[in-house]
Design a protein around this ligand. Structure first.
Ligand SMILES: [Zn+2]
Ligand SMILES: [Zn+2]
Length: 261
C-alpha cells in the first residue's frame, strides 16, 4: 500500500504559558500518545515522546531552549519512541530496563499482524478496532514501515518512584506510582495547581487492563486512589484532557464493570 507523505509529522497545541501538547496525527488512535512539553524555570520536561517515527527533538527544537528531561510515564512503545534523542531520561525502576533496552521491545510494530493475535483480540474487545497498518502516512519519501523499531536510551536513565519530587524551580511535581496498566506506570502530580499528568493510568477512552504486564487488581487500587485526588485537570497519555467530574465518571465506570464481573 502506498501511503502519502505527511507534510509534518507532529501537531501541537499550546495549552498555557508552560504546557504544550504534541501528537502524531497520522497514527492510529490506539498508539497516538499525548506528548507533553512542560517549560520550567530551571529545566523542562518532555512527558512521553511518541513512536519515534520522526524526530521529536527536531520537531520541538524551538521549544527546547533549556535542559530537558524526558519522562517515561511507562514504556509501551507509543510513549518512548523518542527517548533515545534526549540526554536525560526518567522512568520508574520497574520499567527502567525496558527503556534502556527499548530495541528489544516485543511487537513494537506498525503492522497489526506483528501483534500477537490474543493481544489484538483483547485490544479490539476493549473498543479499539485496529486497521492492518497503524499509520495513514509516512514521514518522508522512502520511509520503510517494516524498518520501524525502538532504540534504547542513549542518555542517562534515572529512576523515579512514589514520593519522589521533580522540582522545576517554579513548579514542583510529586511522583505517583500508578501500576495497573503497566507495572511501572507513573503520574506526575502538581499539588499546588491540582494538575495531574497521568500517562495511561487514566485517560478518557477505553482503559486497557489486559496487555502483558497489566494487573487488574493494581488497576483498581490505582483508579480508586486517583478518584480521591483533588485534581482540577488531568493531562493524560491519550485523548483530550478532562476535569474532576469526568475523572470520577471514568473511575466509577471501571470499578462498576469490575464489580459486575
Ligand atoms: Zn500504555
Ligand atoms: Zn498509551
Amino acid at each position: 500500500m502506498e501511503l502519502r507523505i505527511a507534510e509534518r509529522w507532529f501537531e501541537r497545541r499550546r495549552i498555557d504559558s508552560a504546557i504544550t501538547l504534541l501528537w502524531e496525527p497520522h497514527v492510529d488512535p490506539l498508539i497516538r500518545c499525548n506528548i507533553w512539553h512542560l517549560r520550567g524555570r530551571d529545566f523542562d520536561l518532555m512527558i512521553d515522546t511518541g513512536l519515534g517515527i520522526a524526530s521529536l527533538a527536531e520537531a520541538a527544537r524551538d521549544l527546547l531552549d533549556k535542559p530537558v528531561k524526558a519522562v517515561a510515564t511507562h514504556t509501551h512503545y507509543d510513549h518512548i519512541g523518542g527517548h533515545h534523542e534526549f540526554d536525560t531520561c526518567l522512568v520508574h525502576p520497574l520499567e527502567a530496563e525496558a527503556l534502556r533496552h527499548a530495541e528489544e521491545a516485543n511487537f513494537a510494530s506498525l503492522y497489526k499482524t506483528d501483534i500477537p493475535a490474543a493481544i489484538v483480540a483483547s485490544i479490539e474487545a476493549s473498543g479499539y478496532p485496529l486497521p492492518d497498518v497503524l499509520v495513514t502516512a509516512v514521514p518522508r519519501r522512502g520511509y520503510d514501515l517494516r524498518q520501524y523499531g525502538l532504540r534504547g536510551a542513549r542518555g542517562s536513565v534515572s529512576t523515579i518512584d512514589e514520593g519522589d519530587r521533580i522540582d522545576l524551580g517554579d513548579r514542583s511535581f510529586e511522583v505517583l506510582h500508578l501500576p495497573g496498566h503497566s507495572p511501572g506506570s507513573i503520574g506526575l502530580w502538581d499539588r499546588q495547581n491540582r494538575v495531574l499528568f497521568s500517562g495511561d493510568a487514566i485517560y478518557d477512552g477505553p482503559l486497557l487492563d489486559n496487555l502483558p504486564g497489566a494487573d487488574k487488581i493494581d488497576y483498581i487500587a490505582t483508579l480508586t486512589r486517583l478518584g480521591d485526588l483533588p485534581v482540577e485537570v488531568v493531562h493524560a497519555g491519550h485523548d483530550p484532557s478532562f476535569g474532576r467530574v469526568r475523572l470520577h465518571e471514568i473511575v466509577r465506570k471501571y470499578l462498576d464493570l469490575w464489580q459486575a464481573a
